[in-house]
Design a protein around this ligand. Structure first.
Ligand SMILES: C[S@@+](CC[C@H](N)C(=O)[O-])C[C@H]1O[C@@H](n2cnc3c(N)ncnc32)[C@H](O)[C@@H]1O
Length: 473
């Protein structure tokens, strides 16, 4: 008999959360706003792979709620819905509250809260039950190397008897002003509950070994993997799988959807997807290209907005937090994004993003970049050291890698006027560019420039805005 089938009528002995001799009863609460195709996949997955696990779908008052309810009835799943729509992230917290209420009424031992696009594709309940019994923790989760988060909210296992005591704290956070950071908030509760751990949990901790304090407060659920941008065999998740992957599975399972149905989970009813780079940049507060900082996004939108669907390859020198690379990925749906940075902690490798560690002025980068983008780059951006000598060396080395019709962008040209970014005897980047323009116009050919440029670079168009230049090949 599957371990999820039996009801626990007696509480586990004091000091322990889960009895080893009574199969645990596990349920799932899936939070959503619309996303009917994704919920259909969730219901089908449960029917095929873990049919004995009861499932609740909780909708944040979307216009699709009646259809979701009907679908749940068809699949023998439960359905609840908020009375009104919630602001960002608070809707996610309502899933914890209503899921725990449902779990208590059903006398479940363990509740797993799933995001709509976290789709299990293997049976997982027995391994969770084993982990619960072995660890005697109240929470089951994993960290992610992406963003270096110590907790994830897309899949959270919870001991119902502990977590129902936290329902009012979660409800209070929903009514308080301000946008909650769901991962940190739920992690805070998990840590609090872990303080009540007994000896068995401590023994389990020793089997896990040393983990940073930021990655503690829960038993590590292997199923989730430790990087949300990596594809694991047990589930689909939108940071590591594409809409096409969900569509392929829905076809395999005979569901009536086409590829487009998986592109917008909100089915046209959610917050409107950001329309342009200026809006997308607001998701990424750590890039200074945003409107409120240097405002370069306006110029990128103006120059590339009409061709964004066709851009295939972007190289950016200077990664820092990785937020600008993520912004390019979101804005340029077909592009592979490559970053260069000389600091190890700026090595960002996520879906469609790869970072190469190196000095931007180093000629040895050229063969690596040729191999990374054999067809050349549509766009190269220099947002690295802002040292004129480095900008000139990078331009000389990398402009030849730009596709014909592609662009080379240099940011923060104001550094050209600061001694900190310039060395005696080396032209400033503005002097270099002025010379290039002089030569281009005086001779009609770059080749006779007195400041030679490797690769005999030829420009077809040059556009200066405040502190930034776009050079077209
Ligand atoms: C201004 S930040 C990049 C910001 C990022 N493009 C954004 O918009 O979020 C500059 C980055 O360049 C990197 N850097 C500085 N000197 C470099 C060099 N010589 N070669 C490669 N990277 C360098 C730094 O480590 C830093 O992460």
């Amino acid at each position: 008999m599957a371990s999820s089938q039996l009801s626990v009528m007696v509480q586990p002995p004091t000091g322990r959360r889960f009895a080893a001799d009574v199969p645990l009863r596990i349920g799932v609460a899936v939070g959503t706003f619309a996303a009917l195709p994704y919920i259909h996949l969730q219901l089908e997955a449960r029917k095929r792979l873990y049919p004995n696990v009861p499932l609740l779908v909780h909708d944040d008052h979307s216009p699709k709620r009646a259809e979701l309810n009907a679908l749940c009835t068809q699949y023998g799943a439960d359905f609840t819905c908020n009375d009104s729509r919630h602001p960002p992230h608070k809707g996610d917290l309502t899933v914890f509250v209503s899921g725990l209420q449902w779990a208590r009424e059903r006398r479940l031992d363990l509740l797993v809260k799933l995001s709509r696009r976290f789709l299990p594709i293997i049976p997982w309940a027995d391994s969770l039950a084993q982990l619960a019994i072995k660890s005697q923790y109240a929470t089951f989760n994993s960290w992610t190397k992406t963003f270096n988060f110590g907790f994830r909210s897309e899949c959270v296992g919870m001991a119902v008897r502990d977590w129902v005591q936290e329902q009012s704290a979660i409800s209070a956070r929903i009514t308080e002003p301000g946008t909650p950071f769901v991962e940190a908030f739920i992690h805070g509760i998990a840590r609090r509950l872990a303080q009540r751990n007994g000896e068995e949990a401590k023994t389990y901790d020793r089997t896990v070994g040393e983990r940073p304090p930021a990655f503690s407060g829960y038993a590590v659920w292997d199923f989730m993997g430790t990087d949300r941008a990596t594809r694991y065999p047990g589930f689909l998740w939108h940071n590591s799988s594409q809409a096409d992957d969900y569509h392929a599975l829905s076809r395999e399972w005979g569901l009536p959807y086409n590829a487009r149905d998986f592109n917008d989970p909100n089915q046209g009813f959610g917050n409107a997807p950001p329309r342009n780079l200026i809006e997308i940049a607001e998701r990424y507060p750590r890039t200074d290209k945003r409107l409120a900082k240097h405002g370069y996004v306006r110029h990128y939108e103006e120059v590339f907005g009409s061709v964004r669907d066709r851009v295939q390859s972007v190289l950016e020198i200077g990664v820092d937090s990785g937020d600008s690379l993520r912004m390019w990925r979101d804005w340029l749906p077909s592009a592979q994004i490559i970053g260069i940075d000389n600091r190890a902690h700026s090595c960002v490798n996520e879906q469609r993003i790869r970072t190469i560690k190196g000095e931007q002025q180093d000629l040895q980068l050229v063969p690596l970049l040729r191999a990374a983008a054999p067809g050349g780059f549509d766009i190269v951006i220099d947002d690295g050291s802002h040292q004129s000598a480095h900008q000139i060396a990078s331009f000389t080395n990398l402009f030849p890698l730009v596709k014909r019709g592609g662009w080379y962008v240099i940011e923060d040209l104001h550094a050209s006027y600061h001694s900190r970014f310039n060395r005696d005897g080396v032209p400033s980047i503005m002097q270099f560019l002025a010379k290039a323009l002089d030569t281009l116009n005086a001779n009609g050919a770059w080749v006779s420039a007195s400041t030679p440029v490797a690769g005999q670079a030829d420009f077809s168009e040059v556009r200066f805005f405040r502190s930034i230049v776009f050079i077209r090949k």
